[in-house]
Ligand binder design. Structure first.
Ligand SMILES: [Zn+2]
Length: 139
């Protein structure tokens, strides 16, 4: 399923969303998988690093896999031009197991993102509520 080439604006939006989801996973990883992830090791380019504020977090293998998966979904998303965030998207492109995992991560990291990206986090919360309301009134 090929998608049309992004306009520069769309490419930026995709990039921002990818960064946001990476940071949420990084927060989750730091909070749940030991917190020893804030290490910069020269040479281990296998690991996935995410910049969070002034720190760099190295994701554990489990979170690195989730991040890779989420980025791939964003990369291939055909709705990027019209939708706002994945949480408000009508088409569920995540595999059920991955979807459960990312939802858990977002539920936990969402409120904590306010420290790092206040405007995006608040906008995200509002849009998610609106989408839920719209979905509920469709029924
Ligand atoms: Zn982790």
């Amino acid at each position: 399923m090929a998608r049309p080439v992004d306009t520069p604006e769309l490419a930026r939006k995709r990039e921002r969303e990818a960064q946001m989801v990476s940071q949420m996973i990084a927060l989750w990883c730091r909070g749940h998988h030991g917190g020893g992830h804030v290490v910069e090791q020269a040479g281990d380019d296998e690991s996935v690093r995410v910049k969070l504020g002034l720190r760099t977090i190295t994701l554990c293998p489990e979170c690195a896999e989730l991040q890779k998966y989420a980025i791939a979904r964003i990369e291939h998303c055909p709705h990027m031009g019209t939708k706002t965030f994945c949480s408000a998207c009508p088409s569920h492109c995540y595999r059920p197991a991955m979807r459960e995992k990312i939802r858990e991560v977002m539920r936990w990291s969402g409120p904590r993102m306010i420290r790092y990206r206040p405007i995006t986090a608040v906008r995200h919360a509002i849009i998610t509520v609106q989408a839920k309301r719209a979905a509920a009134s469709d029924k």
